[in-house]
Ligand binder design. Structure first.
Ligand code: FAD
Ligand code: NAP
Length: 513
């Protein structure tokens, strides 16, 4: 992030887009853009970028871009889709840049499909092997065997298929993932208004079942998982006890197995059920998932919230925590599977957090599927866990702490270094101190960068000396994991200090955007 000039905030941008000013220079005309034409618009004062086939004139946006002009210029005159996906796939550019739309890229002749494209097409049911969504059973899969064999050669271990059957009252959709250690966090189901969406996460890929159901079902959805064999069952209750001839009509993403990064974010509306003050500027928001949703946010992952602010869709990431009664940490985490708790700092000039703060109990807000590259196995195999948090960078540490202290048996120590400006900024201070008293494996240290005169604890900013003093291993060669999260420069500097102290890349996990 770079500091933006005054008058160049996101709100200012939204105002400019609503002002009726011609931001493309084309007086509202949409044109077809060739690659040749695109490449000519590669200067700051004339900069076009293509994202997913649509071309935008981003020159008016330059000064408003939180990542800075240079970052935007990396894609000038080219297809910036990959770059965009790497940095902020979650930003709703269609809404943010709609007034900058120049037009579509001209269609190029299609080259012969490559193997992996072929695979996607097959899973998408586009090739002739596609089965209509009639009642299918194991025997119906046989005509597809040859193509499955072909796919297996291309992608061993990742062949996923689905099947469905019914009783008088239930519809059961069975997905065979062929993935061992399948667990509930890898299955996300949404069933509302006859629309069913079931997504299964398999490493960096996702498999999707997405249909308009043939008949109405009740809002209760059950998910059963046979972990060892990787079988997932989604069980729906029929509203009427009639025999279904087919499951329903396939939607766009139905029966596809693609990279997660290529799957758009899916949002469902959640109800705000409570808002509790944590510190002077930070609140705990409790959101209720819809009845037909099955979703558990894994440790170390975040979700995106979406709000329409002044007519523009704005999306921001937040990391769910546990309710603080769970900070007891004697029992394994109680994911009730129904609520999502978010600890959010309200910035006095923050576009999104101000809007969040204005939500009333009973209002709805859109919440995405979980994302993030943290793997719990990193915690499972380490003996000493060091957590370095700055401000709300504490949020991913909450579930991590809980997981490390309740579910990992080889754990020797968990140490949290919590950096804040003042005493009043420390989140859940009492709970953390209580926990340290109760569990001898856990230690917490608060470090203040702007302490009052009365503060007798540590002070300063993250530094090599503070880190080396605090981060003592329980054994000379113990297996260590260090997790760090906070303001971007805090995290960047922290990682550098850790490397200077001799910790390897594998021993460090930095939570970033
Ligand atoms: P903006 O309108 O973007 O900014 C307005 C002003 O607020 C800025 O000028 C600055 O003074 C201040 N400000 C805004 N953002 C930041 C920032 N990131 N750091 C320091 N000052 C800032 N926040 C939480 O409170 N809880 C979370 O659990 C959480 N999880 C996150 C997870 C990820 C993966 C990431 C990348 C960020 C997370 N954030 C979290 C930050 C959050 O996404 C927003 O950046 C934040 O809420 C500010 O949004 P805003 O629109 O209100 O502020
Ligand atoms: P803050 O209160 O502004 O700062 C917390 C502490 O970090 C303060 O002591 C502050 O010291 C210090 N700090 C800030 N910049 C620093 C720097 N350059 N070098 C060293 N220390 C620095 O923090 P906040 O407002 O709560 O913001 C939390 C941040 O965490 C946000 O940027 C948010 O996006 C991020 N976050 C990320 C994730 C994720 O998963 N990626 C999750 C949650 C939060 P001084 O300001 O006094 O210097």
């Amino acid at each position: 992030q770079v500091p933006l000039k005054p008058g160049r905030s996101l709100m200012d941008w939204i105002r400019l887009t609503k002002s009726g000013k011609d931001l493309t220079g084309l007086k509202g005309r949409l044109i077809e853009v060739t690659e040749d034409e695109l490449s000519k618009h590669n200067k700051k004062e004339d900069c076009w970028i293509c994202i997913r086939g649509f071309v935008y004139n981003v020159t008016p946006y330059m000064e408003y871009h939180p990542g800075g002009e240079d970052e935007l210029m990396r894609a000038a005159g080219t297809d910036g889709t990959d770059l965009f996906d790497q940095v902020h796939r979650w930003v709703n550019y269609e809404s943010m840049l709609k007034e900058c739309l120049v037009g579509r890229m001209a269609v190029k002749p299609i080259a012969a499909p490559k193997a992996n494209i072929l695979m996607t097409l097959l899973f998408a049911g586009v090739l002739p092997e596609k089965k209509v969504l009639a009642t299918s059973s194991a025997k119906d899969l046989s005509p597809r065997l040859s193509s499955f064999f072909f796919l297996f050669l291309l992608y061993p271990g990742f062949i996923t298929s689905y099947d469905w059957f019914q009783t008088d009252s239930l519809i059961t959709i069975v997905i065979y993932t062929k993935q061992k250690d399948m667990d509930a966090e890898l299955v996300i189901v949404d069933c509302q208004d006859k629309q069913l969406r079931g997504e299964i996460i398999m490493d960096d890929h996702s498999y999707l079942v997405e249909v308009d159901l043939d008949h109405a079902v009740s809002e209760d959805v059950a998910v059963n998982i046979a972990e060892k064999v990787g079988k997932v069952e989604i069980i729906l209750s029929k509203k009427d006890n009639i025999h279904w001839k087919m499951l329903g009509q396939p939607r766009e993403g139905h029966n596809t197995f693609i990279k997660r990064i290529d799957r758009g974010l899916f949002f469902r509306k959640c109800k705000l059920v409570s808002k509790t003050q944590v510190t002077h500027d930070t609140k705990l928001f409790c959101l209720l998932l819809p009845k037909g949703t099955h979703l558990c946010v894994p440790t170390g992952q975040h979700v995106y919230l979406k709000q329409v602010i002044a007519g523009t869709e704005v999306v921001k990431p937040y990391t769910p925590v546990l309710p603080f009664s769970s900070l007891d940490f004697e029992e394994p985490p109680c994911h009730d599977g129904v609520h999502i708790y978010l600890m959010i700092k309200i910035y006095s000039h923050g576009l999104f957090t101000q809007a969040l703060d204005h939500l009333q109990i009973g209002d709805y807000i859109s919440v995405s599927n979980p994302e993030g590259n943290f793997k719990k196995s990193q915690v499972q195999t380490s003996e000493d866990l060091f957590l370095l948090a700055g401000g709300t960078g504490f949020t991913p540490m909450v579930k991590l702490l809980n997981f490390a202290l309740t579910e990992v048996s080889c754990r020797r120590t968990v140490k949290l270094m919590f950096f804040n400006k003042t005493e009043d900024d420390i989140l859940w201070r009492n709970q953390l101190e209580q926990l340290a008293l109760k569990d001898e494996r856990f230690e917490v240290q608060f470090i203040l960068s702007q302490p009052s005169k009365e503060w007798v604890g540590k002070q300063g900013k993250i530094s090599s000396s503070l880190l080396s003093e605090f981060m003592k291993r329980s054994r000379r060669d113990s297996k260590v994991l260090i997790c760090i999260c906070g303001p971007a420069p805090f995290t960047e500097q922290g990682v550098q200090y850790l490397k200077d102290l001799g910790y390897s890349q594998e021993e460090i996990h930095a939570f970033t955007a």
